[in-house]
Write a new protein. Structure first.
Length: 170
């Protein structure tokens, strides 16, 4: 066992080497299966490729899409989206009531849908008489609820993994 006196006799360089060695012992990825590392590398390459392709596609859409478009399935799209949002609220409520771990996923899905709803309401109501109501609803209801859901998911994730706020890296 190294005591404090021995640590003080070490040079700064030696202490840094020791610190890195100790950190490597606690690193869960340091001794990972090489196949798992390969799968992770492939997944990262796919994700990066998707980001590049989506950025290019978004640029193409920004230049080529018309500024105005009349859609025939408008009611179905909005009612369907609101049904999905209702289902997310219901699943979140059920998972919270039953104290299920899936609550973390439900909260993330709920937050995502709330942010999407706020975005589309505001953007699609721009230059209409409903814009200010959409903006207020987004700022006062949907986005605060989304933030609460994400903070709840983060708190539950930390509790589930047994990590304290100071030592969690994510």
């Amino acid at each position: 066992m190294i005591d404090e006196a021995e640590l003080r006799r070490m040079s700064q360089h030696e202490r840094m080497r020791l610190q890195r060695a100790l950190a490597a012992l606690d690193d869960p990825w340091a001794h990972a299966d090489p196949r798992a590392n390969r799968r992770r590398a492939v997944a990262l390459v796919v994700i990066i490729g998707c980001c590049v392709a989506l950025a290019a596609w978004t640029g193409v859409l920004a230049v080529t899409l018309p500024g105005f478009y009349r859609a025939g399935g408008w009611r179905g799209a909005w009612v369907g989206f609101d049904i999905a949002l209702l289902a997310a609220f219901a699943a979140t409520g059920w998972a919270a009531w039953r104290r299920r771990q899936v609550l973390i996923i439900c909260l993330v899905v709920l937050a995502t849908l709330l942010c999407c709803d706020a975005w589309f309401d505001v953007v699609l109501d721009a230059h209409t008489s409903g814009f200010w109501l959409s903006l207020l609803t987004a700022l006062l209801v949907e986005l605060p609820l989304a933030a609460m859901a994400m903070l709840g998911a983060r708190r539950l994730l930390r509790q589930t993994t047994g990590e304290s706020a100071g030592e969690f890296r994510g």
